[in-house]
Structure formats: structure tokens, C-alpha cells
Design a protein around this ligand. Structure first.
Ligand code: DC
Length: 220
């Protein structure tokens, strides 16, 4: 099976790029952030303190989550309900970042991600794909962009969806989430040595997609 790993901070364009690359190559796009978001949502629904590692881990161990691919699009189910739209809400982003710190939460999801990669050719995006989930991936990309640029992209996305938000607040949240994700003890976001860094700040989506296809082609 072929594997392309894309890691990077929030808002670097990972999911847009990964979706496009997987469509062109006929691979399955696996959005691991959506899985952590689903766990974050499960904890928000349970109304528990996200700083309580044991409680969060218990909820996440017991949560009935399912990943389904419907017409090539990943859907997340929680307790039988399709929560693919709910998990995109801004409040769920920080909850996902908070619950993803805990090892028990990660162990369950990493296993699920590795099982999917055994069955399909995948483009998988996240924070620990190259470092933990798919250490033998055929291509490892570290996708990044300036904080200002990532905040502006997220702001536009949320406005388009009709969510009320402020650019300055989004920028602050993104910086906070970067800090959380990069400094946690378990599987922090890192650029592994073999990963190729692509800074998307001044690139169009098409340019980034072409660059990745070119890099993948070079390696085949
Ligand atoms: O990529 P995203 O914004 O949907 O991810 C939401 C959060 O989930 C992110 O802030 C950190 C966590 N996450 C993780 O710890 N490991 C992954 N492979 C993917 C996401």
C-alpha cells in the first residue's frame, strides 16, 4: 500500500491539499484531525472538565465512534449520529487539541488510522503521521504557513459557513493551539528529518498540489 503523510499546524491547508492530491491519485484521504475532533465533541457533550485526564480518557475509550467513507468523503459518526459538520465548529477545535494530549486517546485513534492505512492507499494528514502513525510513509510532507496567513484562511472559512468570529481572536487561538500541539509530551507536532517542508503562505492550492505530486512522482 502507498502512503503519503502530511503534517503541519492548524490552517496550513493540509485538508484541502490532501483531499485534492488523493482525488488525483485515487487514494483515500484520511483526516485524523476529524477523529480527535470527534473525541473532543464527545467530551464537550459529556460536560466534563477537559483538564481531567482520567475522565477524558474514560469517555474517549467508551465513545462509540465510526469512520465511514461515503462517495470518497470521510464522515465521522458519534453514537450513531453523523457529526461531520458539528466537529468543524470553532469551540470543537480547542477541545480536540486539549483531549489529543492524552496518551489513551491517541493510542485508540492511532490504531484505527494504522488499520485504515493497511487496507487502502492513503493520503493522511495530522500532526504525528510521519513521526508515529506511518513512520515508513513513501512521502512525508511538512506543510506550513505564517500564523497571520493561517488565521486569515480560517477566518474566511468560518465566515463562509456563517459563524461569527473575529480575526484577532482566531489568530490568538491558532497561536495557542500551535503551542499546545507542539509542546505536549505525547506525540507533539514535529517536522521529522526526512519530511519535505512546503511553506504555503505565498502559494496557490494548485501550486502546492503540483509540488506534492511532483515530489511523489520523483519517488516512484
Ligand atoms: O487538523 P485539525 O485542526 O482538525 O486537528 C484538531 C486537533 O486535533 C489539533 O489541534 C491537534 C489534534 N490532532 C492531533 O493531535 N494529532 C493528529 N494526527 C491530528 C490532530
Amino acid at each position: 500500500m502507498k502512503q503519503i503523510a502530511i503534517d503541519g499546524p492548524a490552517g496550513a491547508g493540509k485538508s484541502t491539499i490532501a483531499k485534492e492530491v488523493s482525488k488525483i491519485l485515487g487514494f483515500v484521504y484520511i483526516d485524523t484531525g476529524a477523529m480527535y475532533r470527534t473525541m473532543g465533541l464527545a467530551c464537550l457533550k459529556a460536560g466534563i472538565d477537559l483538564a481531567d485526564e482520567d475522565k477524558v480518557s474514560d469517555i474517549c475509550d467508551r465513545a462509540d465512534i465510526d469512520v465511514r467513507y461515503i462517495e470518497g468523503v470521510q464522515h465521522m459518526f458519534l453514537e450513531g449520529e453523523d457529526v461531520s459538520t458539528d466537529i468543524r465548529k470553532n469551540e470543537v477545535s480547542m477541545a480536540a487539541s486539549n483531549v489529543s494530549k492524552y496518551q489513551r486517546v491517541r493510542t485508540r485513534l492511532v490504531k484505527l488510522q494504522q488499520e485504515l492505512a493497511e487496507r487502502y492507499n492513503v493520503v493522511m494528514d495530522g500532526r504525528d503521521i510521519a513521526s508515529k502513525v506511518l513512520p515508513n510513509a513513501d512521502l512525508k510532507i511538512y506543510l506550513t504557513a505564517s500564523v497571520e496567513c493561517r488565521a486569515l484562511r480560517r477566518y474566511k472559512e468560518l465566515i463562509e459557513k456563517g459563524e461569527e468570529c473575529e480575526l484577532a481572536a482566531i489568530e490568538k487561538e491558532i497561536a495557542e493551539r500551535d503551542h499546545n500541539d507542539m509542546t505536549r509530551a505525547n506525540s507533539p507536532l514535529v517536522k521529522v528529518d526526512e519530511a519535505i517542508e512546503v511553506d504555503t503562505s505565498d502559494m496557490t492550492i494548485a501550486e502546492v498540489v503540483d509540488r506534492i505530486l511532483e515530489l511523489f512522482g520523483e519517488l516512484e
